[in-house]
Design a protein around this ligand. Structure first.
Ligand SMILES: Nc1ncnc2c1ncn2[C@@H]1O[C@H](COP(=O)(O)OP(=O)(O)OP(=O)(O)O)[C@@H](O)[C@H]1O
Ligand SMILES: [Mg+2]
Length: 236
């Protein structure tokens, strides 16, 4: 164990999937420094379903970007699956990201003019998989999410709820240890939002670790643990 271990660390049989200690993130705009995270400690174990909830501007997306290896802390440590992101260069970080994490965003982030099947197959490209195998693999998560009859539809030919299900299928196609979702129900009507949350609960029942970010209490209440962020800090 390193000398970086501090109060609150305990000996465990297995390391948590996510271990965040004393993380700060200061945005330097050139004119001002914005402290978006001010010392965050957070552990998430494998198999958890955690909602991170907080008001607009509290630091949720900043925290998600760090958890998702899209950004690095200004200070403090972040270990994902035992690896300290501080020790990784940008390419290695991208590799951890594509192997370990499936992302779901509020606005789906699907490729336009590209079929559902091709969209879901995209993350496999970065694993160097051939086209035929990619498309074959992409079919199962789409079928599982009830889109077996929409494989050849482009995003503009799908409803919002269907597009988000394509995005979830895309997040799952690499079998990631972690599904990380930022306001996944934010653009959806109530029924489609509930459908998406039901999918997350089912995935979690099957053992998938899910971290979801939301500003809606009703959405957060459907996770198994809630983490409240206020002013860049986690509050109990
Ligand atoms: N690139 C940036 N440059 C400067 N400041 C930023 C940047 N991104 C975010 N901030 C600031 O950091 C703080 C946290 O922003 P963040 O986007 O993490 O909030 P959020 O909780 O996700 O809010 P929302 O619910 O509106 O999405 C805010 O004060 C915001 O203005
Ligand atoms: Mg946000």
């Amino acid at each position: 164990m390193s000398s970086a271990m501090g109060a609150g660390d305990e000996v465990r049989a297995t390391a948590p999937l996510i271990r965040i200690r004393g993380v700060t993130r200061i945005y330097d705009t050139g004119r001002v420094e914005v402290p978006a995270l001010r010392g965050v400690d957070l552990d998430v174990d494998e198999g958890e379903f955690v909602a991170i909830i907080g008001h607009s501007g509290s630091g949720k997306t900043t925290l998600m970007n760090i958890i998702g290896c899209l950004d690095r802390p200004t200070d403090g440590t972040y270990r994902i699956a035992g690896t300290d992101v501080h020790d990784l260069d940008d390419d290695e970080l991208a590799r951890v990201r594509s192997r370990t994490i499936g992302f779901v965003f509020q606005d789906y982030n699907l490729l336009p003019r590209t079929t559902a099947l091709e969209n879901v197959a995209t993350p496999l490209l970065y694993q160097g998989m051939g086209r035929k195998e990619r498309l074959a693999r992409a079919k199962a998560p789409l079928e599982r999410l009830g889109l077996g009859d929409r494989l050849d539809h482009e995003p503009s030919e799908l409803s919002g709820g269907q597009q988000q299900r394509v995005a979830i299928a895309r997040a799952l196609v690499t079998e990631p240890a972690l599904v990380l979702a930022d306001e996944p129900t934010g653009n959806l009507d109530t029924a489609s939002g509930e459908e998406v949350m039901a999918i997350f609960r089912q995935l979690n029942d099957e053992g998938r670790t899910i971290v979801l970010i939301t500003h809606e209490a009703e959405v957060a209440a459907q996770a198994r643990r809630q983490i409240h962020v206020r002013d860049g800090r986690i509050v109990e």
